[in-house]
Design a protein around this ligand. Structure first.
Ligand code: ATP
Length: 452
């Protein structure tokens, strides 16, 4: 719900450019369809990016599904029956106000360039095109649903939509989940998956794209008799989200903030929304959202309540608190937060649990077969438990710098002494300290070091 500024202030633009360049150079994120001239605002996660992204998703699933006894997961279809979107209100309400420049024809979100738009419900006519100073049109509502057709005939009856949020499947599947898991309130359904929005102004790298991924929870609670009943659950999830940001993603508290959305800015289904914000180089903007969706969605999909309290033999519609987390914005925040320039190196001080590679293994010299053989043996053992990289290219200093730049927490070097003392040098990314560890102890050493 928040509004980012589209232009970057020059000092911070530098940081964003550095991240975009590092991502491309080292294989985190590539421009999509690049060899065909690209496709605006589409990005591909490369070999390191997919590891980082999977680590974020796995840690999230572990924390919010595996380690809780009040949560189950689903993985639903991307394309759902069109009635889902009619009944959820998305076909009517899921839109942004759009203005168009009469000169350069660029389009902008009215609420992004007129900060009083939502308050006044009117676009300030004195505002000109941010690019060419041309005149802007009256705002018109632009639906964000991405359309397609199912089957060979492109006709109205075959129109379908890519989901704009993963949430609706948790409501539509509510009864099936209930019947198969025999859950009692309160409990949650979680899902990780792609969502699509025909955004008016995508941009800022992977911050706003038309295809992105969400990690969402619909947490169902009994129908509240008083406001404090849902408010206490809301406050609980607000704390959980903060704790996820600082403990699991390792984001610095000073880069995080939150803001409650005013009524006119809230999504059509929400009674209260809080945005968890991150201080991106282009300004503070939404990282995640937390909304109280009431019983709006279940009521829309089920004419008769799907839930019955077994003891009270009472039927009612559960209410819902929804914590929602963007995967791509998590990746961006983690990269920005971890990016550190020191005197003679760039380091991604990423949490080891999220780092694409946990350990890099080097033979001191690539042309000494006995060193290469030993290093390969160590690599082959460690790779069974951790994502590891084998690197024998260039001098050791250069190899350390390469691993620092992609956030590898530990480097293991096999040198000539290793052949006699059966030990290796382990170097720590953050402290740059080196210690000698017996090869036979390495598995235990890393088990301890990488346990979180
Ligand atoms: P915004 O106000 O930035 O458009 P929103 O309030 O519409 O976001 P939600 O509907 O709450 O976003 O979506 C949940 C989460 O999905 C967001 O907090 C964000 O992390 C992520 N998200 C939403 N839209 C996009 C997008 N276009 N690109 C990448 N991530 C997105």
């Amino acid at each position: 719900m928040s509004k980012e500024k589209n232009e970057l202030p020059s000092s911070s633009a530098g940081k964003m450019e550095k991240i975009v360049s590092l991502c491309k150079r080292r294989g985190f994120v590539f421009p999509g369809s690049e060899i065909y001239g690209g496709l605006a605002n589409s990005w591909d996660f490369g070999p390191l990016g997919v590891e980082l992204k999977n680590n974020i998703k796995n840690v999230w699933w572990k924390r919010f599904v595996q380690q809780r006894d009040d949560m189950v997961g689903i993985d639903a279809s991307l394309i759902m029956n069109t009635k889902v979107w009619e009944n959820s209100g998305h076909l009517k309400e899921f839109s942004d106000p759009l203005v168009e420049c009469d000169k350069c024809k660029r389009r902008f979100r009215a609420d992004h360039i007129d900060s009083d738009y939502e308050k006044n419900k009117k676009f300030n006519k004195n505002i000109k095109c941010p690019d060419c100073k041309g005149n802007l049109s009256e705002p018109r509502q632009f639906n964000l649903m991405l359309k397609t057709f199912i089957g060979p005939a492109e006709e109205k009856a075959n129109v379908a939509y890519f989901r704009p949020e993963t949430a609706q499947a948790m409501f539509v599947d509510f009864k099936n989940v209930l019947n198969t898991t025999r859950r009692k309130l309160p409990f949650g359904i979680a899902q990780i998956g792609k969502a699509f929005r025909n955004e008016v102004t995508p941009g800022n790298f992977i911050f706003r794209t038309r295809e992105f991924e969400q990690m969402e929870i619909e947490y169902f609670i009994p129908k509240p008799m008083e406001d404090n009943e849902w408010q206490s659950v809301f406050n609980y999830w607000q704390k959980e989200m903060w704790s996820w940001c600082t403990e699991n993603l390792g984001l610095k508290k000073e880069n995080l903030g939150e803001c409650e959305c005013e009524a006119q800015n809230r999504a059509h289904y929400s009674k209260k929304t809080i945005d968890i914000e991150y201080n991106y180089p282009f300004g503070k903007s939404e990282l995640y959202g937390l909304a109280y969706r009431t019983d709006f969605d279940l009521k829309n999909h089920f004419p008769d309540s799907p839930y019955e309290d077994a003891e009270a033999k009472e039927k009612f519609y559960p209410h819902v608190i929804e914590p929602t987390f963007g995967v791509d914005r998590s990746v961006l925040a983690v990269l920005l937060d971890a990016y550190t320039e020191e005197k003679d190196r760039v380091v991604l001080k990423i949490k080891p649990s999220l780092a694409p590679y946990k350990i890099a293994v080097f033979p001191l010299l690539r042309n000494k077969p006995e060193l290469v053989k030993k290093a390969k043996e160590i690599f082959d053992v460690l790779k069974m438990n951790y994502m590891c990289e084998f690197d024998d290219n260039g001098n050791i200093g250069k190899r350390y710098r390469r691993q620092d730049e992609i956030g590898t927490p530990y480097c293991v070097t096999v040198d000539f002494d290793s052949l006699n003392d059966k030990a290796v040098t382990v170097r720590d990314r953050d402290t740059m300290k080196q210690e000698r560890i017996a090869i036979s102890e390495l598995a235990k050493y890393f088990e301890e070091k990488l346990k979180n």
